[in-house]
Design a protein around this ligand. Structure first.
Ligand code: ADP
Length: 518
């Protein structure tokens, strides 16, 4: 069977070799097994279902939330001579009927369907009339409420599959799944855990960078001047910020487009087209932009503020360098930006448990901005995997000498311990600086031996040190909106004097170039 798959790869797609992971996934599917494929953006997930669909008799249903992309995918397949269509809310009732009839007639090999459609009678009828050899579920993390983009319609999809009196092969695909989410996907879809195929999460052409302590507009304009003419995305957290940055760039003669949920659909589409066809080089956008965008020559993705979690960050940053060429993934980091994301969670309709989960994810995102370990490794470890230091990120390339901060660390840790490991960052900082704040006196913390132990050190510095110790896992925050800091095992070793702690000095603003950019 695999020889047939190779033939299709060469004859239809014109590729000579499979990409990492593709062969393993296709092999499982051709053996009639269900599978979960976790592969990075640009990893070639589409071929994992398209090739088996051509080898199998019968029809393959592809479930995708990316309505705007379905037409492109179907057009691309049609161009390759593969009969395919899509069924989603953009069709009129008449168009839908024509397509359903053709589907029943066996005119298509692949049918793309939006998840919401599974609740409709048409799809129920279709599924029970045709023979489905395989159901491919793209963006499969949407089925898990622990994922970052849960969509209830994905759950009904699982039910629809169960209602069939036979079981088609199920292939779930995603680029972002933490171990919890991946377990959830396989249990909800009934996939055997041996059939989980995960290729390295590492993106070896991306240079991750965290920029701190620099004036952001300045950095952005300098960067865009140095990288003039190159295509890239600037993500901001609010519509207002998008508008402001868009105005700023255009005022400096940088051809920028904009994209956010407040724009009319045709305006959004028009900017998207302009970006895809390089009529504007920079797209300034909220996270509404980009899901499923297959633009290969995106050279940089700059986040003006932190996104809501590492999953979202990796997915958005991962839109750079899909063609495999070196590209930048830059985060302009300021710890206060956590507040914007926290605000979105506060305002959301999530229940308390889910809110706590989101707060934790925001903290893990902020820790990315404070850590000094390899940034690529931080992300890969977040997804439950391992990799070597990348040698390309701003932390790997940071060649400043690390200084010994064991003593300061011990001061912080012992203060946390003496306060009973039941308080948050700001109160710990106040006790260390010897503040007379009401809360400090109310709990009699001025009687602790650690009270005022770091008197004279600026508050901001102590807060940054606590953030650093949290990012490096000496301190572990509890869940919830107001996390309490606890000591980890590593911290106990430091307190016993059995471990040295080092840190590179806070980054000094480095000016990229070009004074006349402003
Ligand atoms: P994903 O869905 O995982 O983000 P895609 O399926 O869109 O990735 O594939 C990314 C790019 O890689 C596409 O341009 C595709 O044509 C190309 N590609 C996929 N498989 C191969 C292969 N075996 N050899 C060469 N290029 C491939």
């Amino acid at each position: 069977m695999l020889t047939k798959a190779y033939d299709v790869l060469k004859e239809i797609y014109g590729f000579s070799e499979f990409k990492t992971g593709q062969k393993e996934v296709i092999d499982k599917i051709l053996q009639g097994k269900d599978a979960l494929a976790i592969m990075p953006t640009g990893g070639g997930k589409s071929l994992c279902y398209q090739i088996p669909s051509l080898v199998f008799e019968g029809i393959t249903i592809v479930v995708s939330p990316l309505i705007s992309l379905m037409k492109d995918q179907v057009d691309a397949l049609t161009e390759l001579g593969i009969p395919a269509t899509y069924l989603n809310s953009t069709l009129t009732a008449a168009e839908m009927n024509v397509r359903l009839k053709k589907a029943v007639n066996g005119d298509y090999k692949l049918i793309y369907v939006a998840p919401e459609r599974f609740q409709t009678e048409e799809i129920f009828y279709l599924m029970h009339t045709i023979t489905i050899s395989m159901i491919a579920i793209d963006e499969a993390h949407c089925i898990s409420q622990w994922g970052h983009d849960f969509r209830p319609s994905y759950l009904s999809l699982g039910e629809s599959i169960q209602q069939l009196d036979y079981r088609p092969i199920v292939l779930a695909l995603t680029a972002t799944a933490t171990p919890v989410v991946s377990n959830d996907i396989i249990s909800l879809l009934g996939i055997h855990s041996d059939n989980r195929i995960k290729t390295g999460f590492e993106r070896d052409n991306l240079a991750f960078q965290v920029i701190k302590g620099q004036e952001r507009n300045r950095f952005l304009l300098d960067y865009l001047t140095v990288n003039k003419g190159q295509s890239g995305i600037v993500y901001a957290s609010t519509r207002k910020e998008v508008e402001r940055i868009y105005e700023l760039l255009n005022a400096k003669n940088i051809k920028a487009g904009k994209y956010h949920g407040g724009l009319k659909e045709d305006e959004r589409n028009s900017w998207q087209e302009k970006f895809l066809y390089d009529e504007v080089t920079v797209m300034v956008a909220t996270n509404a932009f980009g899901m499923g965008i297959d633009k290969s020559n995106v050279r940089f993705v700059i986040h003006y503020q932190i996104p809501k979690n590492i999953e979202a960050y990796y997915q958005e940053a991962g839109r750079a360098g899909r063609d495999g060429l070196p590209s930048d993934a830059i985060l302009l980091f300021s710890p206060q930006d956590m507040q914007i994301q926290k605000f979105f969670v506060d305002q959301s309709e999530l229940n308390d448990e889910l809110k706590n989960q989101e707060y934790r994810k925001i903290r893990e995102m902020a820790q990315y901005g404070s850590t000094q370990i390899c940034l690529q490794r931080y992300i890969v470890e977040y997804f439950g995997d391992n990799c070597d230091d990348c040698g390309r990120c701003s932390n790997c390339l940071d060649d400043r000498e690390a200084t010994d901060i064991t003593l300061e660390t011990q001061k912080v840790l012992s203060c946390v311990k003496r306060m009973g490991e039941t308080y948050g960052k700001s109160l710990i900082m106040k006790v260390l600086t010897g503040s007379k704040d009401k809360k400090v006196t109310q709990w009699h913390f001025e009687e602790l031996s650690t009270y005022g132990l770091m008197k004279g050190v600026p508050q901001k510095e102590i807060t940054q040190l606590i953030d650093y110790l949290t990012a490096e896992k000496y301190l572990s925050p509890t869940d919830g909106q107001y996390p309490v800091l606890k000591l980890t095992e590593k911290a106990v070793t430091v307190l016993k004097g059995e471990m040295i702690v080092t840190r590179k000095q806070a980054k000094v603003a480095q000016k990229v170039a070009v004074d006349d950019a402003l």
